[in-house]
Design a protein around this ligand. Structure first.
Ligand code: PLP
Length: 462
């Protein structure tokens, strides 16, 4: 018998939400609980528009998660959808056969022009960003984890005898499957893959926005890398890191740390692999985090905001790196599918024509201001972040431990104010951190209105 709790032990129900409660109940019966992370809100969403979700009961929730950092442009921008449909060739394509003649949804073992156009446009966008000149080819993937897996396969293929070593910064989140799971977390988490060695990533040193402004002593990090170099020499194939720890609790390192890692790699013939699945398409305040951090990666994984909600991911890198993989070694059913490529093209159109990154930067200042106010409340220990990706670290109040404080904030913000207007939050990450990552296109007034609800709720805790 499994020790796991029965699904119904985890059933979330909220008073006055009959329709939502029915959906919650049905899901608990028909899905294993492993499909979701535990949340006290368990929002049921009937529809989403811009920066808002709507529940089946008609309540409005400001979306401070953008899905999971996916809808950077907001949910369902009309012009974006129109473009997706056009790129698919679906507009005006209705014949009298009962079918559309349009690009196929899967073109395995064949090719479409929407895929080649997406490659060209994405590479142009990457290469024109400071630090993007090594990025010459796109290897599409069906999830972020797969993009990581494919990039690591190509990196390890440098050593045909299979003795290559991957360096990974500790406490990162790169996914759960295969090699992406092996480079996630730390050596303490589970039986480790012998090909992976973890290195230190600053956390305490950047625990708050203020702490991050202090210069970081790079000497211990450098010494650790030198010692691994002495131990493994040319077996070191690749170093993978995130620009900031996302799932690991929202820690944004000093930029000089990232630059030091990148320099070490380039000086020693090691590939520098930046996992931007979460950071890409404007989150950090630049189109790509590698520009924001002043580094020149050899490999970059892309996902989430890349298709504004349509599942599409990729790893990009040099022709030389990918040439190590032969026919079929990076293929699967969905990679490079037309709907994903059309979504990437439409998303690039919006970013290029609508100053989305600038909007995100302006919003960043307002988020910081509102969070600084929030951080004065007893339930909040630290705030930290950049661009439109921030974390709120909770602390224990009264008898309530820090993780329960975080869970309670998520639940109460979901339930909202007296009128039922609430805020949808993601968390907790790393046990105690709540994420604030609204769409880059949310208006300042809407953001302030939602923060007023959060502030009022958090002020009552403790
Ligand atoms: C930085 C980072 N890399 C990789 C992944 C894995 O992506 P996926 O869940 O699409 O496999 C995530 C997902 O949250 C992520 O944040």
């Amino acid at each position: 018998m499994s020790n796991q709790p029965h699904n119904h032990d985890n059933l979330v129900q909220h008073a006055g939400e009959d329709q939502s409660n029915r959906v919650r109940h049905d899901l608990v019966d028909t899905e294993p609980l492993c499909i979701r992370t535990r949340t006290t809100s368990m929002a049921v969403i009937a529809g989403s528009e811009g920066a808002y979700h709507y529940t089946p009961e008609g309540r409005k929730l400001a979306d401070f998660t953008s899905g999971v950092l996916v809808a950077n442009l907001g949910h369902h921008p009309k012009r974006w959808w129109k473009r997706v449909i056009e790129y698919m060739g679906l507009e005006g394509a209705e014949g009298d056969s009962g079918y559309h003649r349009a690009v196929p949804l899967c073109s395995y073992n064949a090719a479409t022009s929407v895929e080649s156009e997406a490659n060209r446009r994405l590479l142009k966008s990457l290469q024109s960003a400071p630090g993007g000149k090594r990025l010459e080819q796109v290897l599409w993937a069906a999830s972020g984890s797969e993009a990581i897996q494919k990039g690591l396969w190509a990196s390890l293929a440098k050593r045909p005898d299979g003795d290559g070593i991957i360096l990974a910064t500790r406490y990162g989140f790169h996914g759960k499957k295969g090699l992406s799971g092996a480079v996630t977390g730390s050596e303490k988490d589970r039986e480790r893959d012998p090909r992976v060695r973890f290195i230190s990533f600053p956390r305490e040193e950047c625990h708050s926005t203020e702490a991050r402004k202090q210069p970081l002593d790079l000497a211990p990090y450098r010494a650790e890398l030198e010692s691994l170099k002495a131990e493994f020499g040319d077996r070191l194939c690749v170093l993978i890191t995130e620009p900031y720890l996302g799932g690991g609790g929202s820690y944004h390192p000093q930029k000089e740390y990232m630059q030091m890692l990148c320099d070490f790699c380039h000086q020693n013939g090691i590939l520098f692999f930046l996992d931007e699945v979460q950071a890409n398409f404007g989150r950090t305040g630049s189109m790509y985090a590698f520009s924001e951090y002043g580094v020149e990666p050899d490999l970059v994984s892309l996902g989430k905001g890349l298709g504004n909600g349509v599942p599409v991911d990729a790893v990009v890198g040099s022709t030389e790196i990918f040439a190590r993989l032969g026919y079929g070694e990076g293929s699967d059913t969905w990679s490079g599918h037309a709907l994903g490529c059309a979504a990437v093209l439409a998303t690039l159109d919006e970013f290029e024509q609508d100053h989305v990154v600038e909007q995100g930067r302006k919003l960043s200042a307002v988020i910081e201001e509102c969070l600084m106010e929030l951080s004065k409340l007893p339930a909040i220990r630290y705030i930290r972040g950049e661009g439109t990706v921030w974390g709120i670290e909770c602390q224990a109040v009264g008898n309530l431990p820090e993780d329960q404080v975080a869970h309670e904030i998520v639940r109460l913000c979901y339930l909202g104010d007296e009128s039922g207007f609430g805020v949808h939050l993601l968390g907790p990450l790393a046990g105690k951190v709540i994420r604030v990552s609204p769409p880059l296109t949310m208006s300042e007034a809407d953001l302030r209105e939602a923060f007023a609800v959060v502030h009022n709720i958090v002020s009552k805790i403790g």
